[in-house]
Design a binder for this molecule. Structure first.
Ligand code: 7TS
Length: 414
């Protein structure tokens, strides 16, 4: 915990907000209220300055040069890998693969694990709560291999039906891939139970932790998860960089995802010998400055403390749910008992998009639409929702502004 941001476990939100320069922005003459954190979070000075530092002090390609700058850049790059490994408590830093983001991490596993382990008649299990990026790559794999995609159903609150999951498990299932936290509904899934049920049947599990890693501590060893994917830009770091965590035993058995420089040991025109982990999965020049600046984002999160973050964001969730529920005609989509700081709703007879436009006029940024979870919206028989997703720099006063804005939209659009 850092004395700068916390006193006796209470976050100093004013100090925290001063760390995020974009929060001073005015939109349509009003202070920006940024409630689109699930899409992408804002960046603190620490990260912004790290980008400048990289280009003014370190810029050079990594793992290639004997020269001073290349060595310094490589050291910083590999230090960042160690920081990520420690952040999720990976057993080895080489189990951390840098990718472009969650989407690429899932595609990597679907492609590479799939090529090696999924055959005709096999089954891949996902859940009804998945983002398109945890649906489409598996559909592509299943189509390619003649395998079948099965889906864990949900109840009306947006919670997974674990009994139904248990019944799907048999020896045709080759992998289970589910999210930890639903981006559209905020449901926190019982991933420990899912992993232990799958483990009992010797089935590996991939977790999409894109909406979890910035909200709660994640320990991949304690979870005993086989793969995990997340994006830097949702955790206060730069865009264009993400992580695939994979257990060494799996990664060693999987073929490379892409070919090129860096992922090889030796190349002749007859044969290529692949590099060891993690480089086998990192073809080409990586997004060096983003990797290095992700490390600054992790430092920032650690300074505040994920336990403090989780506690404060839960307060925001409870307050927002209470206040919004007083609005006539509001319907919450996703009312799970265990939720992260995401509130999704619709107003009776009013299109989510129209609510979003009015909120934007008031300087309030929410996301509207299907949130890249069309099959989930189909289950609720709706085209989309208005979604407010909170971060630790948000305040109850901002939630009051949202509630006033939604009331106004309701008056104007009825
Ligand atoms: N998985 C989940 C659970 C997500 O929420 C997202 C992005 C992704 C995967 C894809 O991440 P990317 O960084 O590779 O694009 N979710 C959202 C969202 O909720 N609104 O905009 C993007």
């Amino acid at each position: 915990m850092n004395a700068l941001h916390t006193t006796a476990d209470i976050l100093d939100i004013e100090k925290i907000r001063a760390d995020f320069p974009i929060l001073q922005t005015k939109v349509n003459g009003r202070p920006l209220v940024y409630f689109d954190n699930a899409a992408s979070s804002q960046k603190p000075w620490k990260v912004i300055k790290a980008i400048e530092d990289y280009y003014t002090k370190l810029n050079s390609n990594v793992h290639r040069g004997v020269h001073h700058l290349s060595q310094k850049a490589t050291d910083a790059f590999e230090a960042s890998r160690r920081k990520v490994a420690a952040f999720i408590n990976a057993a080895h830093d080489y189990e951390v693969i840098f990718t472009r983001g969650t989407t690429e991490s899932i595609n990597l596993v679907a492609h590479s694990f799939g090529k090696r382990f999924v055959n005709e008649g096999d089954v891949v299990i996902i859940s009804a709560l998945e983002h398109h990026s945890n649906i489409v790559p598996w559909q592509m794999l299943c189509e390619d291999r003649g395998a079948k995609l099965k889906v864990i159903p949900i109840n009306e609150k947006g919670e997974l039906n674990i009994e139904a999951f248990r019944e799907l498990l048999d020896d045709t299932v080759k992998i289970v891939s589910v999210n930890y936290v639903s981006n559209s509904l905020g449901t926190i899934n019982p991933v420990k139970e899912i992993i232990s049920l799958a483990r009992y049947n010797d089935i590996p599990v991939m977790l999409d932790v894109a909406q979890a890693v910035q909200h709660m501590p994640i320990d991949v060893q304690e979870l005993d998860v086989d793969f995990a994917a997340f994006s830097s830009h949702k955790m206060y770091g730069p865009t264009g960089i993400g992580v695939l965590y994979g257990k060494e035993s799996w990664l060693n058995k999987m073929p490379p995802y892409q070919g090129g420089g860096e992922m090889i040991k030796t190349v002749t025109f007859d044969k290529t010998v692949y590099n060891e982990l993690p480089f086998k999965f990192e073809a080409g020049t990586p997004h060096i400055e983003a990797v290095i600046c992700l490390s600054a984002a992790i430092d920032y999160i650690n300074e505040i403390g994920l336990d403090n973050i989780a506690r404060y964001e839960h307060e925001l969730l409870v307050y927002a749910t209470e206040q919004l529920s007083m609005i006539e005609g509001i319907r919450f989509i996703g009312t799970a008992d265990n939720k992260a700081s995401v509130v999704s709703f619709n107003l009776d007879g009013i299109h989510a998009y129209d609510v979003g436009v009015i909120l934007d006029q008031l300087g309030i940024a929410v996301r509207t639409g299907h949130h890249c979870t069309q099959p989930l919206m189909d289950i609720f028989c709706i085209p989309g929702t208005v979604r407010a997703s909170f971060a630790f720099y948000n305040t109850k006063e901002e939630i009051d502004a949202l509630v006033e804005g939604v009331k106004r939209a309701s008056r104007m659009l009825r």
